[in-house]
Design a protein around this ligand. Structure first.
Ligand code: ZN
Length: 342
């Protein structure tokens, strides 16, 4: 089988498409024929070696997979060749105290697909059976691959880690990204009013089309006061955040009393200065969100199947062009998702 392997870290890293032996399933594992795999910021961190965990090279990245089951190893139940599946990227153990409560995103023994095990930028891959979810019949592989990770991350943020209520004001940062474009749609469908941000007019236009009532440019020094003006000085109830860096520090001036910032990433920097005064005086919360539970993946596939959640696909590229896709994402030229078809 063909697989894209990361051979050396860097910006860009060194990649090669190689012919490898077909993966074999161990106990409790299945082999999936990859039909489509979305590209994510996590893949860039893998490429750059910018994660606080060791990564063995060579490694096949790719953590947002849709495909069909090819074969199942011993002790696999309920999955057989031909099943159409989405694969969740936080590979959980299914045994620890959190997994037993359905909080697989907190698994004590989790591994990241495409980071600590070989991922989906390949024709075939092997994963534990617990990582699979059935793909609804009417969902295309490419559609699924564009929201398996991004859509379910947003679902986890908005319905598990924070709960959006009808009438809430929700500020979704970087509205044209994969996670944010899903978050706008989910918040809107749950009855919230959405404000979003975007660094270019094209990105702001996309955020508007997805349902944002107001879209601001964070390069505008006045953007936080515009959020307050839009919400009649009250501020937003919830910020959906994945940017980090300096922008994170500005979020508190957009946040209402009792409001929550839910964050699932920090593409612009993980170290931020925090002024605790507004946090405790206004009784605000910062909530971390990591990955998704199986229930979030199932919910986002159901939402997509019923037309409530539509991924934004920038372009679809063949396996050989995956390194170019990494460059496009790094240079922030992507609207929604890039999907690779191995
Ligand atoms: Zn676990």
């Amino acid at each position: 089988m063909k697989a894209l392997q990361l051979i050396a870290h860097g910006e860009p890293g060194k990649f090669e498409v190689r012919e490898l032996a077909d993966p074999q399933p161990g106990p409790g594992e299945v082999v999936v024929e990859v039909k489509a795999c979305g590209l994510n910021h996590l893949d860039l961190w893998t490429e750059e070696g910018a994660l606080p965990i060791p990564i063995e090279l060579p490694r096949t990245p790719g953590c947002e997979v849709a495909g069909t089951v090819l074969s199942a190893g011993p002790q696999v139940s309920g999955w057989k060749a031909g099943h159409r599946v989405a694969v969740q990227s936080n590979l959980f153990c299914g045994q620890c105290q959190y997994c037993k409560q359905g909080e697989e995103s907190m698994c004590l023994n989790a591994r990241m697909l495409g980071v600590q095990t070989d991922g989906g930028f390949a024709e075939k891959m092997v994963v534990p059976q617990g990582a699979l979810a059935h793909l609804p019949d009417n969902l295309d592989f490419k559609i699924s691959a564009a929201l398996t990770l991004a859509g379910s991350t947003a679902m986890h943020m908005l319905t598990n880690r924070a709960q959006v209520r009808p009438g809430d004001w929700v500020l979704v940062m970087g509205g044209a990204s994969g996670v944010a474009s899903a978050a706008i749609q989910i918040a809107k469908a749950l009855g919230a009013r959405v404000i979003s941000t975007g660094s270019t007019e094209v990105k702001r236009d996309l955020a508007r089309r997805l349902g944002s009532e107001f879209v601001l440019d964070t390069k505008d020094p006045d953007w936080t006061s515009q959020v307050r003006k839009t919400t009649a000085k009250r501020g937003v109830d919830l910020v959906v955040e994945h940017v980090g860096g300096k922008i994170f520090e500005q979020l508190f001036s957009c946040l209402a009393r009792g409001g929550t910032i839910v964050t699932c990433g920090a593409t612009a920097g993980r170290d931020v200065a925090l002024n605790l005064w507004p946090l405790f005086v206004k009784q605000q919360r910062i909530v971390g969100s990591y990955g998704r539970n199986s229930a979030d993946l199932k919910a986002s596939l159901e939402w997509a199947s019923s037309g409530k959640l539509k991924p934004v696909i920038d372009r679809i590229l063949p396996l050989e062009q995956t390194p170019e896709a990494f460059q496009l994402l790094r240079s922030r030229q992507v609207l929604g998702k890039i999907v690779i078809e191995p």
